[in-house]
Design a binder for this molecule. Structure first.
Ligand code: FAD
Length: 400
């Protein structure tokens, strides 16, 4: 369905412009026009004093899926230092591409980055499209969107995968809007059908269902994937891929954003990169008991993470929270202390190599996703664990 204006009736009174709650109606070239912000609420139809706005059923143009080929990943980087989520996206793209016999593409935008593009070829990318341009030195979303759009128009990839990072979450919806296509955020599983439709699977309704989303009538298909969800691509023995440096008119990269300066944030090791995590849950009764959790984490050379109730209690910072509304982690060892194992929590820890749960409820869901478990009171078990580590207990098997 779409809205149409009968220009014989319309007198450009602009009542519709004023009544649209989404500011989606504009006067363009002396005519009323609807922008992409239109939500089809139809208030304008009722509000038009001349009855000049109507609705028509659109005949959906059939998409020729054969015209769209390749799985493209967006290369996230800061000054050429490639973010590890990129290699995870390549790993998934290679797996999907092998199923449908498509090539794997990488899109690399920035300035003085062409040399680093070779690094991507080592991971089995068939072609790296590089836009190496002074206008792309800093991440300015309008310039990056323009270059991204240019590449998608020229290459016509069937699927685009972007890391669900701050940059990716800002860029991917803009590209989806430009191509009027679908975008599924924070996918946890991706698969592809024989007809090249991407099966995008992600938790929905607070993690209570796993939604399967497909984009059967549009191309490209787009998904964002969180860091630490997919496996990193293996390096290939024989590099066969190529780097293609792309030209784009400088005017297309014009930006409304002026970068006045760049202040680098101090890099604080986060729970995402920790090899050992000790997770405190609501089984911890008082804030002072966090000292016991810290002692255990320190002895194991690890970091403290928490469940959401502890953030709400103010006992941890948001960047320590694991789960659906927190971080995704993949440590070698994850010890949970008084954590029930709600789906919203376990959604963020599925990739942990060894999960060791301590809980006094033998029926706690956490035991369904743990490799080792102790049914017991954390206030008895943790001091014993700390004492035995201090006495030289060998935990190397767990920590890898
Ligand atoms: C949309 C949405 C998003 C959410 N996102 C997140 C998220 O990202 N991360 C997150 O963590 N939660 C999230 N939640 C909340 C989530 O549903 C759970 O409420 C939360 O994970 C429970 O935390 P918990 O396991 O610490 O507490 P509880 O569920 O209260 O579990 C405490 C556990 O400790 C055990 N216990 C108590 N005392 C002891 C003891 N002395 N010794 C041993 N064991 C003991 C109990 O048996 C129990 O199993 C979200 C919820 C919603 C609705």
């Amino acid at each position: 369905m779409s809205l149409v204006v009968n220009h014989n009736k319309c007198t450009l009174c602009e009542v519709c412009v004023g009544t649209c709650p989404f500011n989606a109606i504009v006067t363009e070239n002396g005519q009323i026009a609807f922008t992409a912000a239109c939500k089809m609420c139809k208030i304008c139809i009722k509000g038009c004093p001349l009855g000049a706005i109507g609705i028509i059923d659109e005949v959906r143009a059939e998409i020729n899926k054969d015209e769209w080929k390749g799985i493209m990943i967006y290369v996230e980087h800061v000054e050429g230092n490639i973010h590890p989520v990129t290699f995870e996206l390549i790993g998934k793209a290679r797996e999907l591409a092998a199923k449908i016999n498509h090539p794997v593409y990488a899109l690399f935008l920035g300035h003085e980055i062409t040399k680093q593009a070779d690094e991507l070829l080592k991971y089995g990318v068939d072609k790296v499209f590089v836009y190496d341009n002074a206008e792309l030195e800093h991440f300015r979303v309008d310039s990056y969107t323009a270059a991204f759009e240019d590449c998608v128009k020229n290459v016509k990839p069937s699927t685009i995968l972007v890391g669900a990072t701050s940059v990716g979450r800002s860029l991917a919806p803009r590209i989806a809007t430009r191509f009027r296509t679908g975008l599924t955020a924070d996918c946890t599983v991706l698969d592809v059908k024989e007809n090249t439709d991407l099966v995008q699977i992600r938790p929905a309704f607070g993690g209570n269902i796993m939604a399967q989303i497909i984009t059967p009538n549009h191309r490209p298909q787009m998904a964002t994937v969180r860091y630490k969800i997919m496996d990193t691509a293996e390096k290939v023995e024989n590099i066969t891929g190529k780097v293609e440096v792309c030209d784009i008119a400088v005017e297309k990269l014009a930006s409304q954003i002026e970068v006045l300066g760049v202040h680098k944030k101090e890099v604080v090791p986060g729970i995402n990169d920790a090899e050992v995590l000790v997770v405190a849950g609501r089984g911890i009764k008082e804030e002072k008991d966090m000292a016991m959790v810290k002692e255990l984490a320190d002895l194991l050379g690890g970091q403290i993470a928490v469940t959401r109730p502890l953030i709400e209690a103010g006992w941890g910072s948001h960047n320590q929270q694991i789960g659906l509304s927190g971080r995704t982690v993949r440590p070698k060892l994850l010890i949970t202390l008084g954590v029930s194992g709600a789906v919203q929590f376990t959604a963020g820890m599925g990739g942990a190599e060894n999960v060791f749960a301590i809980n006094n409820d033998p029926n706690a869901a956490i035991f369904n996703v743990s490799h080792y478990g102790i049914v017991g009171d954390i206030y008895e078990v943790i001091p014993k664990l700390i004492a035995s580590i201090k006495n030289g207990a060998d935990i190397s098997e767990l920590v890898g």
